[in-house]
Write a protein of this length. Structure first.
Length: 133
């Protein structure tokens, strides 16, 4: 029998791995929130979300000023995951595939929240521990 912790971790990985689009919230230099939609790639242990952004995009500028980020990932079936974390601009593992001005960012996740009404009816919100390695 699988523990609730292991089940929730498995659901988190399934939800985040099968979706490809996230809503990313960042903070502008004046402290106002901004929101954008972008594609991502997820890795686990350590838990990270990776994305490409042009240096002139608002979210890229905001993250260089203040690396705190939050967002949401929804599955086509209505389950969801929210996250908070700290973003870092990194070198591309394959710079040939980046357009001029594009940069790779990764978000080190500091908190996951899983929302899955079908698995947890009536109490769908579950905090999932982050894995750092």
């Amino acid at each position: 029998m699988i523990s609730e912790h292991a089940l929730n971790r498995r659901l988190l990985i399934e939800h985040v791995s099968t979706s490809r689009v996230m809503q990313l919230a960042t903070l502008a230099p004046d402290g106002s929130p901004t929101l954008c939609t972008l594609t991502y790639h997820a890795t686990f242990a350590p838990d990270r979300l990776h994305f490409v952004a042009h240096v002139d995009r608002m979210h890229a500028r905001n993250l260089r000023h203040d690396p705190r980020a939050a967002g949401t990932i929804l599955t086509p079936h209505g389950q969801g995951t929210t996250f908070t974390g700290t973003a870092t601009e990194t070198d591309s593992p394959d710079p040939v595939h980046l357009a001029p001005g594009e940069r790779v960012f990764h978000i080190d996740i500091t908190e996951w929240l899983l929302f899955d009404e079908s698995t947890h009816p009536g109490q769908p919100r579950r905090v999932i521990p982050v894995r750092w390695r």
